[in-house]
Design a protein. Sequence first.
Length: 388
Amino acid sequence: MSSRHHAIVVGLGAFGSAALDALSARGVRALGLDRFDPPHTLGSSHGRTRIIREAYFEDPFYVPLVRRAYTGWEALEADAAESLLHRCGGLMVGREGGPLVSGTLASVLEHAIPHQLLDSSELNRRLLALRPPDDHVGVLEERAGVLRVEPCIRALLDRARERGAELRTGERVTAWESHDGGVTVVTDRDTYQAETLVLAAGPWIGGLLTPEAAARLRVERQVCLWIDADLPDRWPVVVWEPDDDRILYTIPDLGDGFKAGLHHGGPETDPDQVERGVTQSEEERILTLLARLMPRAKPPILNRSVCLYTNTPDHHFLLGRHPDHPRVLLAGGGSGHGFKFAPVIGEMVARLALDDDDEPVSPAASGLDIPTAFAPARLLDPSPDPAQ
Ligand SMILES: Cc1cc2nc3c(=O)[nH]c(=O)nc-3n(C[C@H](O)[C@H](O)[C@H](O)COP(=O)(O)OP(=O)(O)OC[C@H]3O[C@@H](n4cnc5c(N)ncnc54)[C@H](O)[C@@H]3O)c2cc1C
């Protein structure tokens, strides 16, 4: 049996690497375990780029969290002395009353986010290569940008290591148990003891919880394409809602192609049995929509990738104490929009690990209070359906 740690973090993707870093920054003796060797291409944190934006159509309560996350990414960028965040602006396009634009406007108004609301002719005048339908508008947010995924994870893990964290990769956690004295974590190589356990296993987190909780999570296969688009050098992130059921996102070329994908709409998958090849019909679903919005963004396809979303039923994250095991913290359920928040999620985990009395409270301006919407109890201990 190995020595005792204050905290063990299981999974070193976006959430776990940030948690390990934040714990180590506070002097916590932490061990990070991963079954693979992050950053790797089998979970949710790969594919070169992720969008970061303050205008948050999903719900305005995320805005203070993104603001705090920006500070975290900028500090990491300074420590790593490399470019992690590309600032190019972001444009949300759709019908004015549609979920994307109305949600974006709700968040920019509530939080006074600098923005411009542009009609389709103005959009077309400013961005010549964009062909939005006549009844679509765009909300332009100058501060939005793109995070470089793999360098971000590497920088978080390097800094955690420099701050004293121990990392073990290629080691899979097979079981855990919490008891009066702490937690015991069993891997395919060893057994560890700690005071706090952080489960940040991404698409595999369900397998470390109860079968009922696992069944409430949906792991969704997602496809991205990189193409050789003929677009101006300064081009924003563009997210387009052609109808109320679909969202196309595009990320400008940072040197290895223009990226496009659909947000949600993929099949459910077992994270251990993922089909890694991309079919022609999956490519066509993306390319057909792209051709309508940006006729100049067309094949050749330079690259393809398959990645996984871990969706909670309400698409809010899973962050907080396990309702039955207070020494066990959950950080997961990214639901396709979690990467940008990694630094603030790391800070929240560290705060919980160090403060036994902490409870989820309502969202507050600091960006560090854990929203009640993230409570693990809704997955692990949901109230019985009154209709049943
Ligand atoms: C195609 C795509 C596009 C996205 N776009 C955006 C975007 O634009 N903006 C944004 O903010 N977010 C975006 N997201 C979401 C974001 O990337 C995820 O929410 C985030 O990366 C989730 O990180 P994670 O740490 O939960 O999971 P992961 O990165 O998958 O990390 C989990 C880790 O746990 C390890 N692990 C699992 N089981 C065990 C075990 N038993 N023992 C030890 N280790 C284990 C795995 O090896 C893995 O390294 C996107 C996601 C995808 C797939």
